[in-house]
Write a protein that binds this ligand. Structure first.
Ligand code: UD1
Length: 359
C-alpha cells in the first residue's frame, strides 16, 4: 500500500519512531512533516536520536492562530496528496496537523488510518478533544491503544474499522528505554541544558515537570499558581520548558527550587522520568509514560483522555492551584499492587502494519 504519513508535533515524532520503519517492511511510506513544531529541540533532535526516516516533505507551516495553522496545513497537504495519490493517509493523535490532514483526506476520498483513535476527555472546548472527535469520525481504520478507547468509539457508533492494537508509545518506550539504560548517566545529564543562567549542580533526586497546555498557559495567574507549587516541593523540580510556556515565565530567579531546562529530547526525557520521584504534568503522553514506568503522576488538568492512568491512584488530577497541587503530589493512597498493563506488549506497530495489508 502507498501510505502518506503526516506528523507535525513532538509526540508524533516519537510515535513515528515506533511505526515508520515497521510500516516500511510491507508498505511504501511517504513521510510529511507539517512544520507545526520547528524549533530544533522540539523537532530535529527527535529525528536525530530516534532513527526516524527523513521526511520526504517539510511543509514549514510554523505557528499562528489555531485556525490559521489548520488552514495553512490543509492547503499544503492538499498539494502533497494530489501529487502522491496515496492509497491511504496515516495520522497520529490529536494535534492540528492530525485534524487538517483528516479533513483534506476526507474531501479527496482518501481513506484515513488514525493511530491513537478513541481517547475522550469529555471537554469539547479542549482543542485536542475536538481534533480527536473529528478525526475519528472521518477515519476508516481506528487503531486504539486501549480497550477503553474502543469502548468510547462504540458509544459514538464507531465499530467497524476499530482495532485494539496497543500503544505505539509503549513500543517506543520498550525499545528506547533499553537504549537509555545502556547510556552513561553523565552523557544524558549533559544534554539537559539550563534554560535561564546555570545550575549549581545536577540534583541527586528530583521531580519532573512539564506544563504546556493552552488552558494552563493562557493566563499568567494560572502558571504562577503552578510554579508556586513546584517551588514549594520537598525536592528540586526539573522543568523542561515548552516555548509557549517560556514566554509567560516572569522572574525565573524567584523560583529557587525549580531547575528550568530547555525542552529535552526523547532519550533524556525517559532518563529524567525513570529516575524521578514523581511527575507533575499536563501532557497526555507523559502521563501514560509515567504510568508505564510506575512513576506517580499528578496531572494539572480538569479531565484526562487517559483515564486508565488514574487506576490505583498512580495518576491524580488537580486544579491549577498551589495548595491543591501540593496535596495531590503528597498523596499517600497509591496502590502499588493495582497496576494493570493497559498499553500492550510493545508490538502495536506490527499489528497496524499487518492490518493495513489485509484491510
Ligand atoms: C501541540 C498540540 C498538543 C501536543 C503538543 C506537543 C495542537 C492543538 N496541540 O501543542 O496536542 O500535546 O503540540 O508538544 O495541535 N512554538 C515554538 N516553537 C515550536 C513550536 C511552537 O516557539 O517549534 C510556540 C509558538 O509560540 C506556538 C506555541 O508554541 O504558538 C504553541 O505551539 P502549537 O504547535 O500551536 O501547540 P502546542 O502547545 O505545542
Amino acid at each position: 500500500m502507498k501510505i502518506v504519513t503526516v506528523v507535525g508535533a513532538r509526540p508524533q515524532f516519537v510515535k513515528a519512531a515506533a511505526v515508520s520503519n515497521v510500516l516500511r517492511e510491507k508498505h511504501g511510506e511517504i513521510l510529511v512533516h507539517t512544520g507545526q513544531h520547528y524549533d530544533e529541540n522540539l523537532s530535529d533532535v527527535f529525528f536525530d536520536e530516534l532513527d526516524i526516516p527523513r521526511p520526504n516533505y517539510n511543509l514549514g507551516i510554523g505557528s499562528g492562530s489555531q485556525a490559521w495553522q489548520i488552514a495553512e496545513i490543509m492547503k499544503a497537504i492538499e498539494q502533497v496528496l494530489v501529487n502522491e495519490k496515496p492509497s491511504c493517509t496515516l495520522v497520529y493523535g490529536d494535534t492540528n496537523s492530525t485534524l487538517a490532514t483528516a479533513l483534506v483526506s476526507a474531501r479527496l476520498n482518501i481513506p484515513i488510518a488514525h493511530i491513537e483513535a478513541g481517547p475522550r476527555g469529555g471537554d469539547k472546548q479542549n482543542p485536542e478533544e475536538q481534533n480527536r472527535i473529528v478525526t475519528d469520525h472521518l477515519s476508516t481504520w481506528l487503531f486504539c491503544n486501549t480497550a477503553a478507547a474502543a469502548q468510547n468509539l462504540k458509544a459514538e457508533g464507531l465499530v467497524s474499522g476499530t482495532h485494539v492494537v496497543g500503544d505505539v508509545m509503549c513500543d517506543a518506550m520498550m525499545r528506547f528505554s533499553r537504549k537509555v539504560e545502556g547510556m552513561p548517566a553523565h552523557m544524558l545529564r549533559s544534554k539537559v541544558e539550563p534554560l535561564f543562567g546555570t545550575w549549581a549542580h545536577f540534583p541527586e533526586t528530583w521531580y519532573l515537570a512539564t506544563i504546556h497546555r493552552a488552558e494552563n498557559t493562557s493566563h499568567g495567574d494560572t502558571l504562577i499558581q503552578i510554579l508556586g507549587a513546584l517551588d514549594r516541593l520537598d525536592k528540586p523540580v526539573i522543568f523542561p520548558v515548552h516555548p509557549r510556556t517560556q514566554k509567560l515565565i516572569k522572574e525565573p530567579e524567584r523560583y529557587t527550587n525549580i531547575l528550568f531546562a530547555r525542552p529535552t529530547g526523547y532519550l533524556e526525557t525517559i532518563y529524567l522520568l525513570k529516575n524521578a520521584i514523581g511527575v507533575i504534568t499536563d501532557s497526555g503522553g507523559l502521563m501514560r509514560e509515567s504510568y508505564m514506568l510506575r512513576v506517580p503522576c499528578t496531572t494539572v488538568f480538569n479531565a484526562t483522555a487517559n483515564s486508565e492512568t488514574l487506576t490505583g491512584n498512580w495518576n491524580a488530577l488537580t486544579r491549577p492551584r498551589t495548595e491543591d497541587i501540593l496535596a495531590k503530589v503528597y498523596r499517600k493512597n497509591i496502590e502499588l499492587d493495582n497496576h494493570p498493563n493497559f498499553y500492550g506488549d510493545g508490538h502495536a506497530a506490527e499489528r497496524i502494519r499487518d492490518e493495513l495489508q489485509t484491510g
